[in-house]
Design a protein around this ligand. Sequence first.
Ligand code: NAD
Ligand code: WQD
Length: 339
Amino acid sequence: MRVLVTGGAGYIGSHTVLQLLGAGHDVVVVDDFSNSRPAVVGRLEELGGRPVPLLAFDVNDTDRLAATMSDEGVEAVVHFAAFKAVGESVAKPLEYYRNNVGATMSVLEAMLRTEVAHLVFSSSATVYGPDAPVPMTEDLPTSATNPYGWTKVFSEQLLRDATVAHPWLRVALLRYFNPVGAHPSGRIGEDPADVPNNLMPYIAQVAVGRRERLAVFGDDYDTVDGTGVRDYIHVEDLAAGHLAALEWIQEHDRALSVWNLGTGHGTSVLELVHAFEEASGRPVPYDVVARRAGDVASSWADPTRAEQELGWSASRTVAQMCEDTWRWQQANPEGYPAV
Ligand code: NAD
Ligand code: WQD
């Protein structure tokens, strides 16, 4: 299959591109490098053993996207391209709505123009909102607490509406829990442009000596040790979930599918800190500080639907997530080279 991957130079996209290549698919990447570096392409070619065509443009350019899809004979789209920093989305809501909801509309419009039916969309467990019970099932109502989260709720809604109007579409909404880890080679991984917003890259930068101490956001939650509990999923398992979803929507006649991609297990902040210390052999000093606004105590998936329908489940352990993150961090302490 010939698959267009938007945002394929990014963290989750790059791992998925590699697995698509490994499964024998042809890939065309569109990425404007707004949150990634061109150096990833060479790494993907080195690991994948073949050229990775990458077109550097904004997917909001619908005419160019549609032209690319027809010129390249694209048969399916995996749409990762979005801005993802929750705090920044509160400060710059219009940029987030324009880039994220706009990009989803642009991808959809280009698909309708070129009659491409298959779409796998990067959604997020954030769409379960602040009050969802754990474990979270796909049929819970959706909501959000910040503009980033709303861009995912709105993108899901517009895709849902489109499948009603155009029932030949085959759309998968994948709700990721907390993606972490890196390719076991240590050649590709998560490379935050600025101070990491997320826990795992922050821990990794403390362990490697790039930052002094971790701030733990609250230890008075109603959890195992008082710190926040999340469902960390290895990015390699997550990437495999995309391939499983892509195959499923090709073989089944359901216009809209929603799947959680998580492990079904929760890990606390301090449990992750200790697992990382174990994996790296380095200390991760931390201070407990106030809770972060908008955080929930616990979030983990009920991944039963993906297991039953896709035959997919996450197999990598928290220890592997830490080991692979550490290998990437140690080999690339400053992330990808700038050129
Ligand atoms: P990332 O920032 O590493 O990757 C996104 C890529 O899209 C980047 O390479 C960026 O340059 C590109 N991009 C952004 N806007 C673009 C545009 N308009 N045109 C072309 N390229 C554009 O992020 P990621 O962690 O790989 O996330 C991928 C997707 O998964 C996003 O949609 C994100 O919202 C979603 N998601 C991420 C997480 C997470 O914790 N990482 C969790 C749930 C959902
Ligand atoms: C995990 C835990 C923090 C950093 C976010 C987005 C969500 C999704 C994934 C895209 C929490 C604690 C964190 C730190 C800490 N993204 N923490 N010190 O908040 O579950 O989800 O990323 O869709 O939308 O909200 O992930 O990694 O930021 O936090 O103590 O420096 O670590 O309080 O308990 P989160 P996270």
